[in-house]
Design a protein around this ligand. Structure first.
Ligand code: HEC
Ligand code: HEC
Ligand code: HEC
Length: 433
């Protein structure tokens, strides 16, 4: 009896496996001769260039100091190290022999030209939301304007059995949102444009939406904040912990200048998103994205942050310093930070009032600690404005004391494992870009 059940189960799973393999299988799409690709108009190529920028193709496909689009940018994930592909038009090691059709299939379904499944570290489930016209424009740009570079993709460092690519078919079935973008007729044209860009090419949710244990985005918690590359991408919805609500104009200021006066700076992984990515889009597109997220926040657009209680109490908190001789964090803050971070009545752009920023209000101290360790480079945050890093100058204990002091000044409960976390954050691979 037992034997029959075992055989039965095996039989069923063999049939299942067979069906699954059939399902997981994708045909190879024939290689084409790149010199035969059709002529594209300069307008289409320019559109493709802009979209490639807004999709941060270069951030993930160009390692620091490496050749543009030639791949092998290292991504550290909880499943192992993943290397991006060579997407230059080199026929041997890049996508030079890919037809428009093969490129379209990869961007929509995460399947490579030869039929193998791609990992969702490549955000195809967002690129899938783009129109055919936009995807083809990116293809035209890459094929005509990027120099081909011969460079073989490194093997991903993902352990068995997760490295079996066919399993991705199951992952896609369970977690990937394969629906095309649908306009919401109840919303304005501007909102819809913002949604199209945010959900598609600019894939804000790839970092800002929390993921389940198998790395699938939790669509019912869209944009509610998530950990990424040792940083926290804060919530962009009404669950935001910012003391001052985000209006459309605050999003716009943040996304165009790298800093919102009432919220803070775009450092870490957010810096290339805005400086190297969104900066290529026309103003009207950034406005549309801002309107979309302001709606997600449900913010009253008519509030005046400059006269808000949150601002007044943040300014007042600077003066209510604990006895500097006994509070080490307050003393270190006054001597190390306050010369640059002080506001008298209003917040001066470029002198952030730290207790208004999300870094002191998030459940995890990562962003505050990362910024203390490595500062804000001139190509991050506000362009041309820097904050020094204190990696060598401050000990873990010093950083934990300052962070604890700021957390208290921000009116939040203390982070329970702060000192330990500072050590971990110091030792994690640094986000480079
Ligand atoms: C968040 C990082 C990330 C971004 C952004 C990104 N890619 Fe990728 N891409 C990857 C990774 C990683 C792979 C390889 C995945 C694997 O090994 O399965 C990849 C693979 C690809 C492939 C498949 C190549 C092949 O040989 O199979 C194509 C095509 C591609 N990307 C195009 C693009 C384009 C075009 C953009 C911008 C619109 C872009 N990618 C943006 C990470 C990214
Ligand atoms: C590669 C990952 C990544 C992508 C993609 C990304 N973000 Fe971010 N974002 C972050 C991280 C990390 C932070 C925190 C940065 C900091 O505090 O310096 C952040 C911060 C922000 C903030 C500030 C929030 C706050 O409360 O402080 C806003 C606003 C924002 N992102 C909007 C967007 C929008 C809009 C998009 C899409 C157009 C986007 N992000 C795409 C990673 C990302
Ligand atoms: C020499 C001036 C200077 C010093 C000293 C300094 N900062 Fe900064 N800090 C800045 C500037 C300028 C920015 C904005 C950078 C940008 O956006 O480009 C900034 C940004 C920040 C941010 C991001 C803004 C936000 O709220 O999200 C945090 C957090 C921060 N600083 C914390 C600190 C802490 C803590 C110290 C002390 C350990 C410190 N800073 C010392 C100049 C300084």
């Amino acid at each position: 009896m037992l034997k029959r059940i075992v055989v039965g189960v095996c039989g069923v799973s063999l049939v299942g496996l067979g069906l699954f393999s059939l399902y997981a299988w994708n045909p190879s799409i024939d290689p084409v001769n790149p010199s035969l690709t059709k002529d594209y108009s300069p307008e289409v190529i320019a559109q493709g260039k802009m979209l490639a920028s807004a999709g941060y193709c270069s951030t993930c496909h160009t390692p620091p100091g490496g050749e543009e689009y030639a791949g092998n940018y290292e991504m550290h994930t909880e499943f192992g190290t993943i290397y991006s592909s060579n997407i230059t038009p080199d026929a041997k090691t890049g996508i030079g022999s890919w037809s428009e059709e093969a490129f379209m299939r990869a961007m929509r379904t995460g399947v490579s030209r030869d039929g193998h499944h791609l990992l969702p570290a490549f955000p195809y489930e967002h690129f899938n939301k783009m129109s055919d016209q936009d995807i083809n424009a990116i293809y035209a740009y890459i094929m005509t304007s990027i120099p081909g570079v011969e460079q073989v993709k490194k093997e991903n460092g993902i352990p068995f059995p997760l490295n079996i690519r066919a399993l991705q078919a199951g992952w896609k079935l369970l977690f990937a949102d394969t629906e095309p973008f649908v306009e919401d007729s109840a919303q304005s044209e501007q909102w819809n444009r913002g949604a199209y860009l945010a959900e598609g090419v600019a894939h804000c949710g790839a970092c800002h939406t929390p993921r389940n244990a198998l790395g699938g985005e939790k669509y019912d918690e869209m944009y509610q904040g998530a950990a990424i590359d040792g940083w926290i991408a804060p919530s962009l919805t009404d669950t935001s912990t910012s003391p001052i609500p985000w209006r459309a104009q605050d999003f716009y200021e943040y996304l165009t200048t790298g800093n919102s006066r009432y919220h803070g700076s775009a450092a870490g992984p957010m810096a290339p998103v805005m400086h190297k990515g969104l900066s290529a889009l026309p103003e009207s597109d950034i406005e549309a994205i801002s309107v979309y997220f302001a709606a997600k926040n449900g913010t009253d657009q008519n509030i005046d942050p400059s006269t808000s209680e949150a601002l007044k109490s943040a300014i007042a908190a600077q003066h209510e310093q604990a006895d500097l001789r006994i509070n080490e964090g307050a003393r270190l803050y006054a001597t190390t930070c306050q010369a640059c971070h002080y506001s008298s009545e209003t917040v001066v752009k470029g002198r952030p009032l730290i207790t208004l920023g999300s870094s002191t209000h998030l459940d995890e101290p990562n962003n505050l600690v990362n910024i203390m360790l490595d500062g804000v480079r001139s190509d991050q945050g506000i362009h041309g404005v820097v904050m020094p890093g204190f990696r060598e100058a401050l000990s873990d204990q010093d950083i934990a004391s300052i962070a604890a002091y700021l957390r208290q000044a921000a009116g939040e409960e203390s982070w329970p494992k702060l000192l330990e976390q500072v050590g971990d954050i110091r030792n994690q691979p640094r986000f480079e870009h």
